[in-house]
Design a protein around this ligand. Sequence first.
Ligand code: FAD
Ligand code: MLT
Ligand code: ZN
Length: 455
Amino acid sequence: MIVEALREIVGDRHCLTDAALRASYETDWTRRFSGSAFAVVRPGSTDEVAAVLAACASARVGVVPQGGNTGLVGGSVPRGGEVVLSLLRLNAVGDVDADAGEVTAGAGATLASVQAAARSAGWEVGVDLGARDSATIGGMVATNAGGVNVLRHGPMRRQLLGFEAVLADGTILRRLPGMPKDNTGYNLGGLLAGSEGTLAVITQLRLRLVPRLSHRAVAVAGFADAASAVAAAARLRRELGSVLALELFTDPGMELVMRHAAVAAPFSARRPVYLLVEVGSDEADPTDGLVATLETLDLGDAAAVATDPGGRHRLWQLRERHTEAVNAEGVPHKLDVSVPLGRYAEMVERAPMVVAAVAPNARTIVYGHVGDGNVHVNVLGPASEDEAVDDAVLELVLELGGSVSAEHGIGVAKVAWLVRDRGAAAVSAMRAIKDAWDPQGILNPGVLFTPRQLG
Ligand code: FAD
Ligand code: MLT
Ligand code: ZN
């Protein structure tokens, strides 16, 4: 019955029940999380999304919203028996308002397509990340994605000026005119940012854009240990107002990137830890300032600077391609966490040790957005369902006063840790919001909270 209703709404071609056609929607990017879907539906309009949700609500079938399926905490794939609601057909990008620096895009538009539209009008999207060709704007708001420019422009929530979304019962909420000032009650769009598909299905977004920079320079520098790299990052940020990104990676990670992504080393010297810094300005060229500060750091041969687009891209590849290089080695346990900057070096040094204590044969690759206190701990070796290394790393994070999720979200991977991190009172306040917006528990059951019986 429900399948017939779904076919009627989206058309036969966009209601996939055949196992081979469903497969790519059922496993996440890391291959750690998968489940089978009752069906995959691909609506082509907001009204179709509303009709699909109303049909699923009356049949009491769970719904997993899915964008580019690049999420890294298992929240975009079914646990078993839900309908996967793919937003990829809602990919229209509207005209950029070049005076206001704003754009409206469908939830299924990729970040790269919105970036292209923004750039053609002389603007830029404030958030950038390595999955730009597949990650969708809707998924990025749903996860409140961070990426490499948070220290300059903030995460997705900060870019949000308006939204259109559909509640679990099919009700459409719409507030799309871009108005930076809009104090009319609760900020419902802000609530959707980071809701991971548990409150509503996002169908359109209005984003603020940031000025396009005319001068950019990227440097990679090598250090003897994490503490000196973190100290250098803090200094670069303090002394250069033009810093756009500050990224950290280690030699074992760079070795994997060079092997799997065929990227050349930045300089002949090898160091245990590397820092990538990008500066940018639309006024004076910031390169001289960057070089002058690097010179005071006593780096010897372990520094490279690029100002041309090709050279900058090559240096960025060393950091950006860690995710795929790690994936090429196996199915990783990915722990995206943040700690206060003063504990960052300790986190980088101790994460491999706490992993080794519970899984002596595991390999730990650490990298991250050091400017935001964000560390990505990747562990290769333990079976997907063995959570001992996850627990060990997250226990360390709480000991250091950090957060168990910096930018990827809770998904299904960290449900057990949400109460530990936020406390019972905060989680029951979140649960009250969930129950008010989605009383039957249709949307993304099992994400953020332990699943309840569908109501
Ligand atoms: P999906 O993976 O499809 O979904 C993610 C979550 O959002 C799920 O819970 C899903 O149910 C929900 N969702 C998706 N679309 C909607 C919608 N329209 N309405 C309601 N809920 C929805 N993340 C970062 O924060 N920073 C990074 O630097 C970064 N780099 C990455 C690099 C690589 C190579 C990869 C593979 C991933 C990276 N990620 C990063 C993770 C990922 O790209 C982000 O989480 C991204 O925001 C997910 O977008 P998506 O469209 O793929 O969403
Ligand atoms: C990154 O910063 O590279 C992304 O968040 C993805 C990852 O953690 O691998
Ligand atoms: Zn990241």
